[in-house]
Structure formats: C-alpha cells, structure tokens
Design a protein around this ligand. Structure first.
Ligand code: GAF
Length: 387
C-alpha cells in the first residue's frame, strides 16, 4: 500500500505559513524549434513573466514531508524513508524530483512546501517543468545540496522521463532555470551551448492564444513521435556509422535512405531537419531585427508540425489560419508538444485588443469553447531567495 496520503483541503499547518525560503519558477514559451530538442537539434525558448511560486521551510522532522497547492486546493504528505511510488497525478512531478534528489545527494530532511501558480495547466507553457525546477531549486537551497543549475535542469528532465513517464527533451527545464530577462536562448541541444539573444520585437508583442483543449493522447503521441525518430536513426545507423541522432543527418543523406524508411518516418525526419534550419535562420533574423522573416519562419514551422510531424489539431490549425490574411500578425504557430495548448503569435501591439475580440468570437462559434488570450514577456529563470 502506498504511504502517500492526499488531502483535499488546506491543513492547519499551512494557514499563515511562515517560510524560510521562496522560489519563483517561470513557465516558458518557445519561439521556434519544436520537437527538435530530443533530436539533439536547436530550440529558441525563454522563460516568461508568468510563474509558479513555492515557499519552503524545514519542519524539524527527519523524514516527514508535506506539500500543499493553493491553486488546486489539494496536497499530500509522504515519508523520505519509504519507497516512493507514483500516484498518476500532479504529485508525480514532485515525487520524481524528490527521488532524484535523494539519489544524488541523500541529504534531504522533513519539509513543508506551499505552492501557488499562475500558469494554466495543459496550455503548453510548461507548468510541469516550472513545478519540477522550482521544487528542485528550492530543496537544493533549503538543504544546501550545492547542485549546479545544470544539475537541476538535468535531474528534473530525468524525473519527468523516468518517474512521470513523459519522454520529454531538455528544452522546458533549461528555459525555466537558465533564462535571462528580455532575452531568448538559442540552445544547441547536442552540446548544450547557448546564445542569449536580446528579444527585441519593436512594435510587436508575443500573444498566446490558449485553445483550452488538451487531447487525451498527448503523452503517448508525444512519446511515439520520439520513437519514430529513434527508429529511423536505428535504420540509418545500421549502414552508416557515426549517426547517433537526427542532428548528424544531412538532407542528402536522408534522401539516400528514403527507400528504407517508412513514409511516416521520412516525413518526421524531414520536418526535424528543416526545423533545425528554421531555428538558425530565425535567430539570425531576430539579431538583425528582421521580424517579417522571423514571422514567415513561424508559419513555416506550423506547416511542418501540422503536415509532416502531425502534432497539431483542428483547434490550433484554426487559430493559425485565422491569423493568416492579417498583415499585422507577422507569424503564428502552435507551441510546445502539440495536440492542444497554445498558439504563439507575433502581432503588432496596436491591433491586439481588436484581434482578440475577433478571434475569440470566431473560435467560440466554431468549437463552442472559450479562448484564453494573454501577452507574455521574456523573463528571468528560477529565482530563489531566503526570507
Ligand atoms: C514538450 C517537451 F517537454 C519538450 O522537451 C519539447 O520536446 C516540446 O514538447 C516540443 O518541442 O514541451
């Protein structure tokens, strides 16, 4: 039997909670470079000015841990000296991180943690990475474990892969921890080299439109895309040594293997190769202030995700299509893993209000679902402070 005990209401101990440490852990956006991180390619994300807030204190026990989420009005307690098992719910992000920290440092003790969030769940702005990284960063600091930011990033990704069971790449955790205010990060997911690029969008803003749908198979379809890429690499590797990821493949080499790959595999690979090129071109366009080019690359990215990688859905396609003949929208694309969540739009500021009214009305008419719309700014990665 699991020793993890859930509670549905706020326990007394979290009333008037006096913490030792507070953490601000941001969600992330990705301007371009989708499904390229686990293929060892390039991405262009940044943290945003919407966050999860966590507060921690030691509770003077050796093993007893208590966590409460104000936003969910739910919490749970567990012991560090008992085998940690999955619940299948939001708790797993935190239990997975705890297990990784125990394995890496073995030096945790009892604590209480109070969580509040302004990140919508399932919107594709990575509330899960924000939760993992904020929690890991907080415990690292509370118990003086001396783990580096990169160790935090990697252990959170591992917790999500091994404990939660989502085979995600490194982008979300990296962006949530490492970002700098008013910059986007070009990450080479093979070498983990980074370039911080000033995020100057002139008279434009980044507008997120949340479809408020999250199709059921999001996790398994995500994992199967990754498997399809890995299967293609395995086929190519069997005759061409030295190819360990799609990053090592050229367009020319891919054409040579076309016959041996299924049409689906070929399409997935082609998308990834093209998307890597688009990230590099987009980073250059941003540096030279060419937002028209940047926007076109966003549209091209969506088309690849829709037709070749096949991770979009009718709600996302509707929103991208709706933006197309409006000159004041420079670019639009689905963002994140896909199958629901948000589109990201590069839009001239003066048209935002009218556009939100128009697109919300049309979206509701089509799907009978309310659209959520909000602008975001590139923000700072995890921030931790003693109280
Ligand atoms: C999700 C994953 F967590 C990331 O690692 C990345 O693969 C993304 O989907 C798609 O680009 O957010």
């Amino acid at each position: 039997m699991s020793h993890i005990r859930s509670f549905e209401r706020k326990p007394e101990v979290f009333e008037d909670f006096q913490a030792d440490l507070k953490v601000e852990s941001p969600g992330r956006i990705n301007l371009i470079g989708e499904h390229t991180d686990y293929n060892k390619g390039f991405v262009l994300p940044t943290a945003i000015n919407k966050k999860i807030f966590l507060r921690f204190r030691k509770n003077d026990t050796v093993n007893f841990c208590r966590i409460y989420s104000q936003s969910l009005d739910k919490g749970f307690e567990f012991r560090l000296d008992k085998f940690i098992t999955k619940t299948g719910g939001w708790e797993d992000y935190l239990l997975g991180v705890t297990q990784e920290l125990l394995q890496l440092s073995g030096r945790l003790e009892g604590f209480d943690c109070f969580i509040e969030s302004e990140l919508p769940v399932g919107a594709g702005i990575s509330s899960s990475a924000a939760l993992e990284c904020g929690f890991a960063g907080g415990l690292n600091s509370l118990f003086e474990l001396n783990l580096s930011d990169m160790q935090i990033v990697k252990l959170c990704q591992k917790a999500e892969n091994d404990f939660v069971g989502s085979n995600c790449g490194i982008m979300d955790q990296f962006a949530s921890v490492m970002s700098r205010k008013d910059h986007v990060i070009k990450i080479d997911c093979q070498s983990l080299e980074t370039e911080f690029i000033p995020a100057s969008f002139k008279n434009c803003k980044l507008l997120l439109l949340n479809t408020n749908v999250s199709h059921n198979l999001a996790d398994s379809d995500y994992n199967s895309r990754r498997e399809e890429c890995e299967a293609a690499i395995e086929i190519i590797q069997s005759t061409k040594l030295g190819i360990t990821s799609l990053r090592d493949l050229t367009f020319e080499a891919l054409e040579n293997y076309k016959e041996q790959l299924s049409p689906k595999m070929y399409d997935r690979c082609l998308y990834v190769l093209k998307e890597n090129g688009r990230v590099l071109a987009a980073a250059n366009a941003l540096k030279s202030g060419n937002l028209q080019t940047f926007g076109k690359l966003m549209y091209a990215s969506h088309e690849g995700l829709q037709h070749h990688y096949q991770v979009s859905c009718k709600e996302l396609d509707f929103l991208v299509d709706f933006s197309r003949d409006r000159e004041y929208i420079l670019g639009s694309r689905m963002m994140g893993g896909g199958f629901g969540g948000c589109t990201i739009n590069l839009i001239e500021e003066e048209h935002i209000k009218t556009y939100i009214e128009q697109v919300s009305e049309a979206y509701f008419k089509n799907f009978n679902i309310e659209l959520d719309a909000f602008t975001v700014m590139p923000g700072e990665g995890t921030q931790i402070s003693k109280i």
